[in-house]
Design a binder for this molecule. Structure first.
Ligand code: SF4
Length: 152
């Protein structure tokens, strides 16, 4: 049975930057939880960042991750991404279900780095690293497509 790497916030873990708990409510989540498919991680917390923490976005010119205080938090994000990849290797994971728009977990769209609530096409650092190692990324927008891929 295929395991799925999942964003910790989707399981209601207290990991989001603003300290809010926001589980992904979907019938597939309940099924996969029951099937014990999930291996969870919050890459930003794994990278050593706190809850709550300042929001961060990827600067489009430098590709560095900068928080709203102007602090460069790229190294923490990279450490978290590597931790996610290590988990995938350890559990032989081919699929990840990650939160869209996050500078770590976003797989199709992220915020544009201007802190103006503007989204653009792009991937967060964890999604970039996992994708480059052949792991397929899905999000809350594409969860149904993931269901079609499992156990083939
Ligand atoms: S880094 Fe990923 S898992 Fe952690 S709170 Fe953000 S979206 Fe959720």
């Amino acid at each position: 049975m295929d395991k799925i790497l999942v964003s910790g916030c989707f399981l209601g873990q207290l990991v989001r930057y603003n300290g809010e708990i926001k589980p992904l409510s979907h019938q597939l989540m309940a099924l996969w939880l029951k099937q014990n498919r999930f291996i969870s991680i919050c890459p930003e917390v794994a990278g050593g960042l706190s809850v709550p923490r300042s929001p961060a976005e990827i600067n489009p010119e430098t590709s560095r991750v900068i928080n709203s205080e102007g602090v460069d938090v790229t190294e923490a994000f990279l450490f978290g991404a590597k931790s996610a990849l290590d988990l995938c290797h350890k559990h032989m994971i081919k699929f990840a279900l990650l939160k869209e728009y996050s500078p770590s977990c976003g797989s199709l769209k992220i915020y544009d780095g201007s802190f103006s609530n503007t989204k653009k096409l792009g991937q967060g650092l964890t999604s970039q690293l996992l994708s480059s190692h052949g792991i397929e990324i899905f999000s809350e927008e594409t969860i149904d497509q993931l269901a079609e891929k499992l156990d083939r």
